[in-house]
Ligand binder design. Sequence first.
Ligand SMILES: *[C@@H]1O[C@H](CO)[C@@H](O)[C@H](O)[C@H]1NC(C)=O
Length: 321
Amino acid sequence: MTPALVGGILTLVLLAKLAVAGGSYTLSDVIVGEDFYDAFNFEAIPDPTNGRVNYVDGATARRLGLTVATANSFILRADDTTVLSPTGPGRNSVRIRSNNEYTTHVAVFDMNHMPEGCGTWPAVWETLEADWPDSGEIDIVEGVNNMSPNQVHLHTGPNCSIPSNINQLGKVLTTDCDAAANYNSGCGSTLSYAPNSFGPAFNAAGGGWYALERTDDYISVWFWDRNNWLTPLDVWLGSPIVDTSRWGTPAAYFPNTDCDLATHFGPNNIIVDLTFCGDWAGNAAVYSSSGCPSTCVDYVNNNPQAFKNAYFQFASIRIYE
Ligand SMILES: *[C@@H]1O[C@H](CO)[C@@H](O)[C@H](O)[C@H]1NC(C)=O
């Protein structure tokens, strides 16, 4: 054999290995700064979770400074200057949905900051709104009223659950993913091992990375805070290829043992939103247990200055397929 032929065969063997590794993905989209305006559309819709919010359109968001793109960051925030009339619309804020839909993929969310404040309910998640819950929902970053840690959940159609004992860093809270069960609490875990995974503690750490891997066999979510020196190099560098098989035990892991993920999940959009109060943050028992003052809606109406830090700042979102 000629050296060129040997080299060719070696390359083929290497490519075949990469193809079957399952853990290797190639960068398909980098969303930084102004790219957010191309990659996402603004959803000026009534909040499906009944929040004390007024989602504005893209032109309004830019005019009011609720979204700001720079060369290396994208900020998405709520109004922090207006006292609201109790009978008028809710607090101006933003909800964006990706133009692309994703099935099998990896998404890495590099965030410097997430919204803080009593009454806030920020979320980074994936779903297909037109076919909810039958096309599934993955909540990657979600929480309310500054209460750390982060929670990761799935919501699906019937006949989907997770085992209560899984190899993951987080702690299972609920096992039935069926949105029609248990008042749509879904199945999922709390990142109790990582107090800096949400809210003010996340921000104090300088943020960090959340990563999702969705396959037909499992769904995994990882979290590394900004100073975690165990952060995989491919995540830290935003490499053109990532290998999830080297990322270690996930924060939350959803195997397909008691849920046929291939039929419970369809193409999903990425959604980033910031709402207030509503079904979860504004639930009276939840709100009062958070140590927040007054009632949720009164607090959100009357204290705009409390929402100075109610903003996401994304360094980037990278999609690998
Ligand atoms: C429920 O899901 C399992 C696989 O997880 C499948 O074998 C079974 O047929 C499903 N049952 C119904 C009623 O769809």
